[in-house]
Design a protein around this ligand. Structure first.
Ligand SMILES: Cc1ncc(COP(=O)(O)O)c(C=O)c1O
Length: 363
C-alpha cells in the first residue's frame, strides 16, 4: 500500500486561468510565467496546458527555456534574468529566445559577441532589484539599436507593490515606464498578476502573469474564488492513526497544543519533509472528507496532527486536503506567514504527482 500523499494537478484549470488573464487584459499579448518549474506545478505539464492559450512563456533562467525547447515548445520564450555569460548568449540565440537585458554588463556581453537576438531592456522604476536606471535608457537603447541582428522588443519593468491597495509606488512605476515608452517610441511590459487585474493602464503591449494562472489570488484581501480563478492543485494525504486524547493532555513536539476537551486527534501522512509549511500553527485549516477542521499541534517532518473531535465518522485511511477545493492555498499561506508562491515551490519530490483527467478539472 502506498503512503498516499499526493499532489493532484489540473491542466484544464491552468488553461481556464489563462483565459481569465485574456479577459482582464484583452488588448495585450500574454506571456505565462512558468519559472521555478511552473510555480511547482511541473514545467512540462504547465507549459503544455498554457501554451495554446497564451502568446508566449516566461522563465527565469536559460536552462528552464532550454528544457521547454527540448520538449518541442516552438513559441515565444522570455528569459527574465537574461544570460550570464557568452556561452549562454550563444545558446539563447540558437534557441531563439527573448532575453532580458537588465544591466549594462549584459549589453557589453552582446556587444563583444553580437548575435541575432530579441531583447527586452529592463528598467529599474523604483523596485531596486533588476533593471537599468531610467536616465540610462536612451544611451542603452542607442547601443542596442546599433547591433546588427538585435531586435529590441521593448522596455520592461516589474512592480514592487501592485498587490497592495492603491499603493502610490505602483502609480509612480507605471508612470515612469509609460513615459519612457512614449518618449522613445517603444512597446512596454510591466504587469504581473496583480497589475493584470487591478491596473489596466499598466498592461502595455505584453502582460506577464504568474500566480493567478496557478489559481491563487495576488491580493491579501481578495480570494481566488472571488476572482473566478480555478484551483490548479490539490494537496492531500491520508489519516494514518487516530488517538483519543483526554482533556488537558498535550499533542506533538513541544507539547504546544493542549486538548481543551476530550479530543480525537488524527495523524496525517504529510509534514515539512513533503513541503507542508512547518510554520503552519495550530488552527490552520484542513479538510477531512471535504469537511473543514484544523491543525492541532506542531508540524513534524512526516506528519501533522488534526482535530477530528467534531468529525466522529472520520477514520484511518480518510483523505485530508491540505489545500485545494475546500481549503484555499492562500488561507494556509496566510496562517503560515508566507505566500502561496512559496508553498507551491516547496512541495518535495517524495509527494506523488497525479494529473487529473479533464472532466474533473473545471467544475
Ligand atoms: C519579472 C517578473 N515578471 C512577472 C512575474 C509574475 O508575477 P506574479 O506571479 O505575481 O504574477 C514575476 C514573478 O515573480 C517576475 O519576477
Amino acid at each position: 500500500m502506498a503512503r498516499g500523499t499526493r499532489l493532484e494537478l489540473r491542466p484544464e484549470a491552468l488553461a481556464a486561468n489563462a483565459r481569465r488573464v485574456r479577459a482582464f487584459a484583452p488588448d495585450a499579448r500574454v506571456y505565462a510565467m512558468v519559472k521555478a518549474d511552473a510555480y511547482g506545478h511541473g514545467l512540462a505539464l504547465a507549459g503544455e496546458a498554457l501554451a495554446p492559450e497564451v502568446d508566449g512563456l516566461g522563465v527565469a533562467v536559460l536552462h528552464e527555456a532550454a528544457a521547454l525547447r527540448t520538449r518541442g515548445y516552438p513559441g515565444a520564450l522570455m528569459v527574465l534574468e537574461g544570460v550570464f555569460d557568452s556561452t549562454e548568449l550563444a545558446e539563447a540565440a540558437r534557441l531563439e529566445l527573448e532575453v532580458v537585458i537588465h544591466a549594462e554588463w549584459q549589453l557589453a556581453l552582446l556587444e563583444n559577441d553580437p548575435r541575432p537576438l530579441r531583447v527586452w531592456l529592463k528598467v529599474n522604476t523604483g523596485m531596486h532589484r533588476l533593471g537599468v536606471p531610467a536616465d540610462q535608457v536612451p544611451a542603452l537603447l542607442q547601443r542596442l539599436d546599433a547591433l546588427d541582428g538585435v531586435c529590441v522588443e521593448g522596455l520592461m519593468t516589474h512592480f514592487a507593490c501592485a498587490d497592495q491597495d492603491d499603493d502610490p509606488m505602483t502609480a509612480r512605476q507605471s508612470g515612469t515606464i509609460t513615459a519612457l515608452a512614449r518618449e522613445y517610441a517603444r512597446r512596454f511590459s510591466a504587469a504581473n498578476s496583480a497589475a493584470v487585474i487591478r491596473y489596466p493602464e499598466s498592461h502595455g503591449a505584453l502582460v506577464r502573469p504568474g500566480i493567478m494562472l496557478y489559481g491563487s489570488s495576488p491580493f491579501p484581501g481578495r480570494s481566488a474564488a472571488e476572482l473566478e480563478l480555478a484551483v490548479t492543485q490539490r494537496f492531500t494525504a491520508p489519516v494514518i492513526a487516530i488517538n483519543d486524547v483526554p482533556a488537558g493532555e498535550d499533542v506533538g513536539y513541544g507539547a504546544t497544543w493542549r486538548a481543551p476537551r476530550d479530543s480525537r486527534i488524527g495523524v496525517v501522512a504529510v509534514g515539512y519533509g513533503d513541503g507542508y509549511p512547518r510554520h503552519a500553527p495550530s488552527g490552520t485549516p484542513v479538510a477531512v472528507n471535504g469537511r473543514r477542521t484544523e491543525l492541532a499541534g506542531r508540524v513534524s517532518m512526516d506528519m501533522i496532527t488534526v482535530d477530528l473531535t467534531d468529525l466522529p465518522d472520520a477514520g484511518v485511511g480518510d483523505e485530508v486536503e491540505l489545500w485545494g477545493d475546500a481549503v484555499a492555498v492562500d488561507e494556509v499561506a496566510a496562517a503560515s506567514g508566507t505566500i502561496s508562491y512559496e508553498l507551491f515551490c516547496q512541495i518535495t519530490p517524495r509527494v506523488e504527482r497525479v494529473i487529473s483527467p479533464p472532466d474533473e478539472s473545471t467544475d
